[in-house]
Design a protein around this ligand. Structure first.
Ligand code: SF4
Length: 255
């Protein structure tokens, strides 16, 4: 088994896939999102960990995760920075009988092999903007690889949740939201859309790292603003929610 750099792990998340999740945050990310919660995970640095060791920790929580209708989510950073390591953890988790999810920006989607997809039950695909210029402003990179991955997942009928962070004054332009909703509405595999309201909980990490934080004065969207964006997605026939509930039943519209 290979080694990789794990930033941190969390047992008991309710917001990273269905049910109760064991989340493995892998280090390294090629994006530089203005609202990133984990800028300390951007560099792929740290003590290498054996995939076997990570799987051992997951195995010790397996019964708890199954009882909570949950599973394992790989997040980051960007887990596809360490695609082989990620694949081993996903395959090992499947062997433990656990549901698996990959939380990705899609920017490195070409590293997601069909074999790797077989070990993934659900892709949480963050589409941070539809408008290419806004996407570059938010992340520092191009949107095209993410949209390409979204279309490939649709062709494969791979279950996906689409996540969109709503940032007032940055991602909330009506034409940006409408364009994304139309794009997602055409996909054949989307079980639901999660609109994640921007918040300031990652701010202190930017300050600790002495990084310039452009969103210091940005306020979270109001419930009315979130409702307006939600309605735009729902008008495309998409199920929209905030993903905060564990469930043992089907989630949203089945793909
Ligand atoms: S993709 Fe995620 S980890 Fe990477 S910069 Fe953006 S928010 Fe941070």
């Amino acid at each position: 088994m290979s080694k990789g750099i794990v930033h941190s792990t969390e047992v008991g998340s309710f917001v990273d896939g269905p049910g109760i999740r064991f989340v493995v945050f892998l280090a390294g990310c090629p994006l530089r999102c203005q609202y990133c919660h984990n800028p300390d995970a951007w560099q792929c640095k740290g003590e290498p960990t054996e995939a076997e060791e990570v799987l051992g920790r997951i195995a010790s929580s397996a019964d708890f995760l199954k009882a909570g209708c949950g599973g394992v989510t790989l997040s980051g950073g960007e887990p596809l920075m360490q695609a082989e390591f990620a694949h081993e953890i996903l395959e090992g988790s499947k062997d433990l009988g656990l549901h698996t999810a990959l939380d990705t920006s899609g920017y490195l989607g070409d590293r997601l092999t069909d074999e790797m997809l077989e070990a993934i039950d659900l892709v949480l695909l963050d589409i941070k903007s539809y408008d290419p210029e806004t996407y570059r402003e938010v992340t520092g990179v191009d949107v095209e690889p993410t949209l390409r991955l979204a279309e490939r997942l649709s062709e494969l009928r791979q279950p996906a949740w689409i996540r969109f962070v709503l940032v007032p004054g940055l991602t909330d332009a009506p034409e940006n939201v409408a364009g994304l909703a139309r794009f997602v509405g055409r996909l054949a595999n989307v079980q639901r859309v999660e609109i994640l309201p921007f918040h300031q909980m990652g701010k202190h990490k930017w300050e600790e790292l002495r990084l310039p934080y452009k969103l210091a004065d940005t306020q979270p969207p109001t419930p009315e603003e979130v409702g307006r964006v939600r309605a735009v997605f729902e008008a495309q026939g998409l199920a929209v929610n905030d993903g905060r509930f564990a469930t043992c039943g089907p989630v949203g519209a089945e793909a």
